[in-house]
Design a protein around this ligand. Sequence first.
Ligand SMILES: *[C@@H]1O[C@H](CO)[C@@H](O)[C@H](O)[C@H]1NC(C)=O
Ligand SMILES: *[C@@H]1O[C@H](CO)[C@@H](O)[C@H](O)[C@H]1NC(C)=O
Ligand SMILES: *[C@@H]1O[C@H](CO)[C@@H](O)[C@H](O)[C@H]1NC(C)=O
Ligand SMILES: *[C@@H]1O[C@H](CO)[C@@H](O)[C@H](O)[C@H]1NC(C)=O
Ligand SMILES: *[C@@H]1O[C@H](CO)[C@@H](O)[C@H](O)[C@H]1NC(C)=O
Ligand SMILES: *[C@@H]1O[C@H](CO)[C@@H](O)[C@H](O)[C@H]1NC(C)=O
Ligand SMILES: *[C@@H]1O[C@H](CO)[C@@H](O)[C@H](O)[C@H]1NC(C)=O
Ligand SMILES: *[C@@H]1O[C@H](CO)[C@@H](O)[C@H](O)[C@H]1NC(C)=O
Ligand SMILES: *[C@@H]1O[C@H](CO)[C@@H](O)[C@H](O)[C@H]1NC(C)=O
Ligand SMILES: *[C@@H]1O[C@H](CO)[C@@H](O)[C@H](O)[C@H]1NC(C)=O
Length: 632
Amino acid sequence: MKTLKPHHHQLSTFIFILLFPFLKSQTARQQNNTGYTCPNNNNNNNNTYPCQTYVYYKATPPNYLDLATISDLFQLSRLMISKPSNISSPSSPLLPNQPLLIPLTCSCNFINTTFGSISYSNITYTIKPNDTFFLVSTINFQNLTTYPSVQVVNPNLVATNLSIGDNAVFPIFCKCPDKTKTNSSFMISYVVQPHDNVSSIASMFGTSEKSIVDVNGERLYDYDTIFVPVTELPVLKQPSTIVPSPAPRGNSDDGDDDDDKSGIVKGLAIGLGILGFLLILVIVFWFYREVLFKKEKKGKGLYFGDKGYKGNDEKKKKMDVNFMANVSDCLDKYRVFGFDELVEATDGFDERFLIQGSVYKGEIDGQVYAIKKMKWNAYEELKILQKVNHGNLVKLEGFCIEPEESNCYLVYEYVENGSLYSWLHEDKNEKLNWVTRLRIAVDIANGLLYIHEHTRPKVVHKDIKSSNILLDSNMRAKIANFGLAKSGINAITMHIVGTQGYISPEYLADGIVSTKMDVFSFGIVLLELISGKEVIDEEGNVLWASAIKTFEVKNEQEKARRLKEWLDRTMLKETCSMESLMGVLHVAIACLNRDPSKRPSIIDIVYSLSKCEEAGFELSDDGFGSERLVAR
Ligand SMILES: *[C@@H]1O[C@H](CO)[C@@H](O)[C@H](O)[C@H]1NC(C)=O
Ligand SMILES: *[C@@H]1O[C@H](CO)[C@@H](O)[C@H](O)[C@H]1NC(C)=O
Ligand SMILES: *[C@@H]1O[C@H](CO)[C@@H](O)[C@H](O)[C@H]1NC(C)=O
Ligand SMILES: *[C@@H]1O[C@H](CO)[C@@H](O)[C@H](O)[C@H]1NC(C)=O
Ligand SMILES: *[C@@H]1O[C@H](CO)[C@@H](O)[C@H](O)[C@H]1NC(C)=O
Ligand SMILES: *[C@@H]1O[C@H](CO)[C@@H](O)[C@H](O)[C@H]1NC(C)=O
Ligand SMILES: *[C@@H]1O[C@H](CO)[C@@H](O)[C@H](O)[C@H]1NC(C)=O
Ligand SMILES: *[C@@H]1O[C@H](CO)[C@@H](O)[C@H](O)[C@H]1NC(C)=O
Ligand SMILES: *[C@@H]1O[C@H](CO)[C@@H](O)[C@H](O)[C@H]1NC(C)=O
Ligand SMILES: *[C@@H]1O[C@H](CO)[C@@H](O)[C@H](O)[C@H]1NC(C)=O
């Protein structure tokens, strides 16, 4: 025995020396893995890019143990992850190492002439305290990207000097199948784990070893991303004993209808309990409002809308102090602009720089911004904006306080293509096609999903309308103007603010603020996208009322016929999928239900619209399964 042990030891040293060159080459590979090249000869790439792809991701403690956080990381909705991942209740927490399939769009991105192009999916990530490119790549994104690659796609950011709040693109590695060489429909990005071998990976994804080797070569390197070609999505085995979700929230927003019966009964009981509790709250609140609120009524108006400051001096002083105290919380997160910088950028707030309302366009240090001039009432907006951060919401870059005139300026990212309103209702040479409109609808829905579902407390925008939707250079939509937004819901307000033609009936009548009022307004934006009509016509007819009347018919064929008449004329010139048009119309009509509780939740909306988007895209491929509309 005694002689055996040293022998063993020697043997393992020997093996180690043998393996050493491999280990070394493995680290070398990690060091310079700047991405996976792709052929970007635009005229000749046979429509390989962009494509739908999936990445394999595992729930990990401490931060990524629920779909909400993971879907925020990848800028998706929970349903978009839960469906392909075979998870029946998107609101339940996940177990450590629970596998997920996350859908992304893979595109081929040109870097520069010497470097070429690499294929990845753009994920924008906002730098938080203690983040480095390395840590975010290896921990948050689980090695689906590498820090050298992050550096390559973010040439403007210095890895050693990141500021909190910087937005960095994390290129999630992916690859599209070459349709001429393979029958597989897509490739799943998978990070090789130390215990893996080709056969274990092949059986995990239900594909052949050969197909994996064909794409990735013989040798696997630990923590490298490989691409597993599959013809259909593997069905993941999810743990059957899922921990029950913590305290169901009172609303039924989560769409987990696959829960077992006892779960529903339990949920119902708790739900009713919460409802009772809410009722008491509402009564207490009513009482409070009736008795106490009247005294303060005048002062309250300050916080809402763009009506400006009307209070007396004493109140003003109090507010200034509050404002400064509260704003100082976010001083480190935002750039504080000097008033002279803003004056210079806008030539003294000259009309030439006016975009609309009190928003000016200005260039500071070579960067273009939208600058909104406000009275002191900016605090509510600032408070909300500091909590939200999402690709489909206009980003606040900084602010400026100018005490002399008691003005406050919010400085936002400049969104190049202006408002959706101008694209739909003003004369433009170019008109939006249906695929773009659908994507805009999905973008807005994703922005709303974020503020309704992923911020605590929930945020209600309260003024969703086409002029508050801005389009960037890629015609992706961003929700702007949180000037009326409210955090915390189920409140009742006496100050009805908003825009005629978009306001939900329950808010107009009773001042009830809930996420469902945004859903209602969103339904009207959908109607605008479909019809190109104004929300109130010259005769004062309200679009949503006439839409409900027009589409009251049960017969689907008749409905389709009416829809064709109702459509934006410019869309008749293109071929677009009737199926997706009808789908969006159904969503819009559902959003307009007079009873807020019968309106779909934003989760359902995102899901339905994504389905419509698929139907819309099918046609752009081959027109399969969709009826064509032809110009008359
Ligand atoms: C990466 O490293 C390998 C081996 O060290 C080298 O052959 C290859 O040229 C490097 N690639 C790049 C893009 O630097
Ligand atoms: C595109 O497809 C054709 C045949 O369908 C093939 O000859 C050509 O090489 C392909 N081009 C690229 C860039 O893959
Ligand atoms: C991804 O981001 C890069 C750089 O930010 C940009 O050039 C490219 O157009 C983006 N691709 C898509 C599909 O958005
Ligand atoms: C960042 O790191 C410092 C020191 O390592 C630590 O004290 C601090 O709590 C960390 N902050 C966060 C937000 O993790
Ligand atoms: C990512 O790769 C590094 C080695 O480069 C490894 O230490 C780390 O554990 C990996 N992260 C995950 C989540 O697998
Ligand atoms: C191209 O990009 C690479 C990686 O970011 C960089 O090292 C190189 O200097 C760039 N070349 C040119 C000509 O800009
Ligand atoms: C780090 O970045 C800040 C602003 O982002 C800049 O003012 C500072 O000079 C930079 N420091 C270095 C060492 O580059
Ligand atoms: C693709 O499928 C067709 C018909 O099923 C088959 O004949 C062909 O060999 C397949 N091609 C590849 C590359 O597997
Ligand atoms: C691959 O790994 C599995 C377990 O992960 C093991 O059973 C199998 O023998 C391995 N195959 C080879 C060829 O190493
Ligand atoms: C989904 O996961 C469950 C639980 O592991 C499993 O029984 C089932 O076969 C999976 N597939 C489908 C399609 O539900």
